[in-house]
Design a protein around this ligand. Structure first.
Ligand code: SAH
Length: 352
């Protein structure tokens, strides 16, 4: 792949320009684009209405990044499917497909690993190995659609990695996935989750996309947030919330705040009051997520009583909150855990 160009990360204009340079007719570019973006083919030979000569010409200059199913777990409880995909260089990432009343949602990864260092998160345990190309984010959707024979209607960028730490590729992914000549998943059906890289939130605001911005807040103040999320030492809670307010007012889109409930860390009445005061009047919703146990850390879930109290207190400030439905509880569906356990199994095999 070294000397070849990733053909699936090109938009239609770029592909047409490349075809013009190769003295090929433009309509051929849109045929190839559809194979790549709609069908999600992984080999040029799958493009059956493209001549053998052109397929060979393309294969000499380009490669098609794909996501190969390495492992697949299906929840016996709710049918949630979790994939471990391997990429062209052998690196692995996770995706999860969930079924809701309104259709299928996929949670995709944007990086191999993550360098943000959140203390409760399994994805960041070994740092960030590399960014995913736009094509590799798309390939997770294509591979799942093909494997399950379904059409995915919603995408959340909430898997491994920090999307705003891979800004250009993620923007390109958003352009391609919402293209009407491609998967045609509209921006309004896409959520991007960030731990709070403020300058990138501001850049995103300028683009005025209609995607939902999810912000992993997890604490109402710097004292708590900085101990569980290192990113907060750079951009504190007030700076982050100011950027969120601006995003909401420029785009008219409600911000979704993720708040992981960790027993004894961020789940007190005082935390709820502080959060209520800070979010009061904002176009926002709070998603409470009982923290998932990660073997490598010592955090525990808050109990039901604390979670219910938290919701009640927020309500007093006019802030709506709901508890995130847990899907795939029996398959370690939260991010980073499958890759981590596959890695440990590999290491065991090596050391045995
Ligand atoms: N880097 C992005 C997106 C990936 S993480 C972000 O930080 O938002 C997706 C969500 O899962 C984030 O809200 C993250 O804080 C949360 N998360 C990570 N580990 C978790 C765990 N062990 N239990 C519950 N939520 C977790």
């Amino acid at each position: 792949m070294k000397n070849k160009t990733d053909i699936k990360s090109l938009n239609l204009c770029e592909l047409e320009a490349a075809f013009t340079q190769m003295a090929l007719p433009r309509f051929r570019a849109s045929q190839v684009y559809r194979w790549l973006q709609v069908q999600g083919v992984t080999y040029f030979d799958e493009m059956t209405n493209v001549s053998l000569q052109l397929r060979e010409q393309l294969a000499a200059a380009y490669f098609i990044p794909s996501a190969q199913i390495e492992r697949k777990l299906v929840s016996q409880i709710d049918g949630t499917v979790k994939y471990l995909f391997s990429l062209y260089d052998g690196q692995t990432v996770e995706s999860v497909v969930m079924q809701y009343k309104y259709g299928y949602t996929i949670c995709v990864s944007t990086q191999v690993g993550c360098r943000m260092g959140c203390r409760f998160c399994a994805s960041t345990l070994n740092g960030c190995i590399r960014n995913l190309a736009a094509s590799e984010i798309l390939s997770q959707i294509h591979a799942a659609q093909r494997d399950l024979s379904i059409r995915i209607s919603h995408v959340v960028l909430m898997g491994m990695g920090e999307p705003l730490d891979n800004f250009e590729n993620v923007l390109r992914f958003l352009e391609l996935v919402s293209d009407e000549n491609g998967l045609n998943i509209s921006a309004r059906s896409i959520s991007l989750s960030t731990c709070g890289i403020v300058p990138k939130i501001k850049e995103l605001t300028k683009r005025k996309l209609q995607i939902t911005l999810s912000v992993s807040l997890h604490a109402p103040n710097d004292a708590i947030r900085s101990t569980i999320m290192p990113v907060n030492r750079k951009w504190g809670v007030d700076t982050l919330l100011a950027a969120c307010r601006e995003y909401a007012s420029v785009t008219g889109r409600r911000i979704s705040f993720e708040y992981t409930m960790i027993d004894g860390v961020n789940d007190s009445d005082a935390c709820a009051r502080e959060l209520g005061k800070k979010l009061r009047g904002m176009l926002a919703h709070v998603n409470l997520i009982p923290v998932n146990l990660v073997k490598e850390n010592t955090f525990h879930k808050s109990d039901k009583v604390h979670i219910e109290r938290f919701i009640e207190v927020l309500k007093e400030y006019g802030v709506t909150a709901t508890v995130r439905r847990t899907l795939g509880a029996d398959i370690n569906a939260s991010c980073g855990q499958l890759r981590q356990s596959a890695k440990q199994a590999e290491q065991k095999e090596v050391s045995n």
